[in-house]
Design a binder for this molecule. Structure first.
Ligand SMILES: Cc1cc2nc3c(=O)[nH]c(=O)nc-3n(C[C@H](O)[C@H](O)[C@H](O)COP(=O)(O)OP(=O)(O)OC[C@H]3O[C@@H](n4cnc5c(N)ncnc54)[C@H](O)[C@@H]3O)c2cc1C
Length: 378
């Protein structure tokens, strides 16, 4: 069995882990990273071509400083890696005035002085005739929003980290994380690694290896669907924005067409509980597809029924839908980001920086108390 030591180890090189690896490596630190699958794989939560990024955060105003830092870091990543990972499209967000979406966007905008345009449904229909809005809905528009190319973000972080000296090991299935007196020991099916300090970013599997999280997290199956759509109306190049709707049937979101697959759409709310993320059902479920098609018929009536692709991904939900970023109670040398709850990717560039600060003992520029594990009780 091989045995290797690093000053820092990052366990799990998906969205959050790839960014943490990058931030440690670019500080010139001795860092290794482990994952069970190849970089930018499609078995966890960071695949499916695109992820929304938006600033006026309806989920809670506390996220805004973090996403603002993420915007800067994604732009920097594009420059450093030499290919764009972020595309600005703007986003329209529609829903009832007394719902959580529009009110949440406006609350974050008010608190942080952000630029958000407000429309009645009639005004919005004039500006975006390819969308149909319920008469009783209000619409807000965030120009700064857009999407990230999810797999490219992960691989760019890892490649730049490797360039800065990080060593990565794929096909390493982590079996345990043990606290010894002088090191943290990580046993994999293939060997043994030790480190002075460890960042854990294991996505849907984190509860298996960090006992204090095992009762806190629920994994949900989340399908994504693509449909052929008239490019003159529904493509990024034609100026079609990304979208998020709060409807009576749930929250639905999507992206303008940007490749041969056409427009991508998914339901944000709901989802079946997954007992074993390794064996999640990846087959197309026709009822789920019918559900998003009903949404499209109502709100994006020009999108066709021609399904071009689908994939299945997973949300790892915390009890309150907010991230958990903390140190292990039993061993402060181990820090983690967990329970990104289906909205974490946009933040991962900044989360990597936060985790690097936490694990090296540097002071974070953010108030992380909102994300502490203790807020959830035992
Ligand atoms: C369908 C869908 C749509 C989404 N849309 C958005 C969006 O529009 N905007 C947004 O911001 N967020 C979105 N999210 C959420 C976001 O993608 C996730 O929050 C984020 O990708 C989670 O990153 P992670 O690093 O926690 O997990 P992952 O990226 O899954 O990384 C975990 C890594 O740990 C590895 N690992 C786990 N266990 C082991 C082990 N035992 N040994 C070795 N390696 C292991 C895995 O192989 C994996 O690579 C969406 C998620 C889904 C599923």
């Amino acid at each position: 069995m091989s045995k290797q030591h690093y000053d820092y180890l990052v366990l799990g090189l998906g969205g959050a882990g790839s960014a943490a690896l990058y931030h440690l490596a670019r500080r010139g630190l001795n860092v290794g990273g482990l994952d069970r699958f190849p970089i930018a794989h499609d078995r966890g939560s960071s695949h499916g071509h695109t992820r929304l990024i938006r600033e006026s955060y309806f989920e809670h105003p506390s996220y805004v400083p973090l996403v603002q830092r993420a915007f800067e870091l994604w732009e920097q990543l594009s420059v450093d890696h030499g290919r764009d990972v972020y595309y600005q499209t703007g986003i329209i967000e529609a829903g009832p005035d007394d719902g959580e979406l529009v009110a949440g966007v406006l609350a974050s905008a008010a608190k942080h002085g952000l630029d958000v345009e407000q429309f009645t449904s009639q005004q919005a229909a004039q500006r975006w005739p390819q969308f149909a809005f319920a008469p009783e809905h209000s619409v807000v528009y965030e120009q700064r929003a857009g999407f990230l190319l999810v797999e490219q973000c992960v691989s760019a972080h890892v490649e730049l980290a490797q360039w800065a000296g990080a060593e990565t090991f794929c096909n390493q299935t982590i079996k345990s994380i043990e606290s010894a007196t002088d090191v943290v020991r990580v046993m994999t099916e293939q060997g043994e690694f030790t480190a002075d300090r460890v960042i854990v970013t294991l996505g849907s599997w984190v509860g298996d290896l960090i006992p204090e999280l095992s009762e806190q997290l629920t994994v949900l199956r989340k399908p994504l669907h693509w449909f052929r759509a008239d490019e003159s109306l529904y493509s990024r190049k034609s100026g079609c924005p990304s979208f998020l709707f709060e409807t009576e049937s749930g929250h639905y979101y999507g992206f303008p067409a940007s490749d041969w697959r056409g427009l991508k759409v998914a339901r944000h709310t709901g989802g079946d509980v997954v007992d074993n993320p390794l064996t999640v059902n990846r087959e197309l479920d026709r009822e789920e597809r019918d559900d998003v098609q009903r949404f499209l018929k109502k709100h994006l009536p020009g999108v066709t029924d021609a399904s071009t692709d689908h994939t299945v991904c997973m949300y790892t939900m915390s009890p309150d839908g907010h991230f958990i970023i903390d140190r292990c109670e039993d061993d402060p040398r181990i820090v983690y980001a967990a329970g990104l709850s289906g909205h974490g990717f946009k933040f991962t560039a900044a989360l990597g920086e936060v985790l690097a600060d936490l694990v090296t003992g540097s002071k974070s520029s953010y108030d992380l108390s909102f994300f502490s594990r203790n807020r959830l009780g035992n």
